[in-house]
Design a protein around this ligand. Structure first.
Ligand SMILES: Nc1nc2c(ncn2[C@@H]2O[C@H](COP(=O)(O)OP(=O)(O)OP(=O)(O)O)[C@@H](O)[C@H]2O)c(=O)[nH]1
Ligand SMILES: [Mg+2]
Length: 395
């Protein structure tokens, strides 16, 4: 039996040395930190000491130890410290590797930050080279909550459309910018009721509380009274009694029929019943886009009804990235158009542009307040573009 102590700066070095001298079968009996005493202790960092043993008999015992049989382990070798050098090295290196992971993550963060700074510097350079008016557009867009990358793309496009040798006409530059913004906004497509098509089905889907039911009431009232269309309502929102009651009250005031539906079969029957109406609105319960069970249930209703239009309703008070996440979740059930609600509660309309830049679906309506049926409008792309270029805070 050979016992030896190794002192080193750190555990890894001590083990390495022990392994070289005593071989891989060596067993660590004991480890401790050693510090020089007295005043010198303050000057020197602590070191580690490991006590290592090589013994044939002990090797057999540790083998037993590894297979779970601790009988026969010599009293001097406490089971908890009798581990082979290789095991300790493995533990030690796994500790190291998690630390390495942390370091790598930090490096990645730094890299991302550098890329971000570089792209910002590039952005500043690009913008500096642009005409004064265009630089102002950029600032205004950012102040209106337009995403930096999107604002940069917009003004890049504006700059390429303006003459290189400077622009004297502010109004012209502004028109070019408005036109570019309208291209991002793309199409506006309110619901078109076709005379020859009866029983058109329109689903309104979306997260909770965004204004689906209120919007259906506004649309149903306007289509009934202003456009003389025959409208019926179906609600799938059977989770809460008050929800069905809310729509029933609207239906009674407008004087149109309503069905409360619990199952896909009931839905088919209700649709059949309203076959001769111009338009059937289907109100759905607010869904958390992250609740896959709720989404699955909604998908079942959509699959069986095969709506002519599925409109996703989202509030502009929702965070930019959330709007895109919500769309991505609902996209799986099929989304044809968008309605943005609560424009009256938004400080600016940048989030609409940001969402449309990614989503690329037509907008059907904006809603601008709680009043039924007045607070709804067909979006005007030019007006939205003008609002995005307004420099004052008031919308
Ligand atoms: N400020 C403002 N409030 C609105 C607008 N549209 C709806 N609301 C309000 O938002 C709240 C929720 O409206 P609902 O129509 O019940 O919303 P919902 O999407 O049907 O809600 P759930 O069925 O619970 O998912 C109500 O207080 C509405 O009056 C709007 O354009 N502006
Ligand atoms: Mg509702």
């Amino acid at each position: 039996m050979k016992i030896k102590k190794y002192v080193a700066r750190d555990f890894k070095t001590a083990i390495q040395r022990a392994k070289e001298e005593m071989g891989r079968d060596a067993i660590i009996l004991h480890t401790r930190q050693v510090k020089k005493g007295g005043i010198l202790g303050l000057l020197y960092p602590p070191r580690v000491e490991i006590t290592v043993v090589v013994d044939d008999k002990l090797q057999v015992n540790t083998d037993r130890l590894r297979s779970g049989n601790t009988t026969g382990v010599p009293a001097a070798v406490k089971p908890e410290i009798a581990a082979s050098i290789d095991t300790i090295s493995a533990i030690n290196s796994s500790e190291n590797s998690s630390r390495e992971d942390e370091v790598l993550q930090e490096i990645q963060k730094m890299k991302n930050l550098m890329t971000d700074i570089k792209s910002r510097m590039y952005e500043v350079e690009v913008i500096k080279g642009m005409p004064e008016q265009v630089q102002q557009f950029y600032e205004t867009l950012i102040n209106n909550n337009v995403d930096r990358d999107i604002a940069l793309k917009v003004i890049n496009s504006v700059a390429t459309r303006l003459p290189k040798d400077g622009i004297s006409d502010d109004a012209w530059a502004r028109d070019v910018c408005l036109h570019t913004l309208q291209e991002v906004i793309q199409q506006v497509q309110p619901i078109q009721v076709k005379a020859e098509r009866k029983g058109m089905i329109v689903f309104l889907v979306g997260p909770t509380g965004v204004g689906k039911t209120t919007t259906i009431a506004k649309l149903a009232a306007n289509l009934t009274f202003l456009d003389s269309k025959s409208v019926a309502l179906i609600t799938l929102d059977t989770y809460r009694v008050s929800a069905a009651e809310q729509l029933r009250t609207f239906a009674e005031i407008i004087g149109i029929p309503i069905s409360v539906v619990f199952t896909p079969t009931d839905l088919m029957l209700a649709i059949e019943q309203y076959r001769e109406k111009d338009l059937i609105f289907v109100d759905t319960a607010g869904r958390s886009p992250y609740n896959s069970e709720q989404m699955e249930e909604l998908r079942e209703f959509v699959n069986i009804a095969r709506p002519d239009e599925t409109i996703l309703v989202m509030s502009v008070t929702t965070d930019n990235n959330d709007l895109i996440n919500i769309y991505q979740r609902f996209q799986s059930i099929g989304v044809d158009k968008l309605i943005f609600t609560k424009l009256d509660e938004a400080y600016n309309y940048g989030s609409i542009l940001n969402a449309l830049y990614e989503i690329k679906k037509p907008i059907a309506y904006f809603t601008t307040g709680q009043n039924v049926p007045d607070d709804i409008e067909v979006p005007d792309a030019l007006r939205l573009a003008q609002r995005l270029l307004r420099r004052d805070e008031v919308l």
